[in-house]
Write a protein that binds this ligand. Structure first.
Ligand code: ADP
Length: 176
C-alpha cells in the first residue's frame, strides 16, 4: 500500500496525473479555493463542459476533460460543508473519495490526485477529514488494481504533516 499512495505538498493544478480531483460546489460552475485554481488553469473550455453537467449532489462525482491542465481529466466532487459532524458529514466525505475512485476505475485512470476535500472553505477539520480520506483510499486500493496510484496533494505544510502522520498511523495499525 505504501507505494500506491503518495502524499505531496504541491499545487494540484501543476501535477502531471491522469486525473486530478476538484473539490467543487454543487453548481459545478467554479468557485474559490482549489476549484477556482483548477478552472483558471484549465481555461474557459472547462466551464463550458461543466455547464452541460447540470450540477452535482454532495458526495457524488462527475468527470470532464482537463483542457489546459497537465492532467487529462478532472473529476469533480462535492464535499460536505462541516456542520458539527453529526449531519452525515463523515459518510458524505467518504462517498466523495469512493465515487472519484470508481470513476477513475471506469475511465482506466492510473494516477489520480486528490486535494484535501472539504477542509478549506467548507470547514471540515483537517484531522478528521484526513483520516476518512486515507481510510477510504486504502480500502479501495486493497480491492482494486485501478487506480494504480493515488496522490494526496496538500497545499499547506500543516496539512501535509497531518496527512503524513495519519498515513503512518494507518499503515502501522494495518501491520498489527
Ligand atoms: P472545500 O470547499 O471543499 O473546502 P477548498 O478549495 O476551499 O475546498 O479547500 C480544499 C483544500 O484545497 C484546502 O486544504 C485548500 O488549502 C486546498 N487548496 C487550495 N488551492 C489548492 C491548490 N491549487 N492545489 C491543491 N490544494 C489546494
Amino acid at each position: 500500500m505504501k507505494n500506491r499512495i503518495e502524499i505531496v505538498k504541491s499545487d494540484i493544478t501543476k501535477l502531471h496525473a491522469d486525473a486530478i480531483v476538484n473539490a467543487a460546489n454543487r453548481t459545478l460552475l467554479g468557485g474559490g479555493g482549489v476549484d477556482g485554481a483548477i478552472h483558471q488553469a484549465a481555461g474557459h473550455e472547462l466551464l463550458e463542459e461543466c455547464k452541460k453537467l447540470g450540477g452535482c449532489y454532495t458526495g457524488e462525482a462527475k468527470i470532464t476533460n482537463g483542457y489546459h491542465l497537465p492532467s487529462k481529466y478532472v473529476i469533480h466532487t462535492v464535499g460536505p460543508v462541516w456542520r458539527g459532524g453529526d449531519k452525515g458529514e463523515p459518510e458524505l466525505l467518504a462517498k466523495c473519495y469512493k465515487n472519484c475512485m470508481l470513476l477513475a476505475k471506469k475511465y482506466q485512470i492510473h494516477t489520480l490526485a486528490f486535494p484535501s476535500i472539504s477542509t478549506g472553505i467548507y470547514g471540515y477539520p483537517i484531522e478528521k477529514a484526513s483520516v476518512i480520506a486515507l481510510q477510504e483510499i486504502v480500502k479501495f486500493l486493497k480491492n482494486e488494481e485501478i487506480p494504480e496510484k493515488v496522490i494526496i496533494v496538500c497545499y499547506s505544510d500543516h496539512d501535509y504533516q497531518i496527512y503524513l502522520q495519519n498515513f503512518n498511523r494507518i499503515l502501522t495499525s494495518e501491520k498489527n
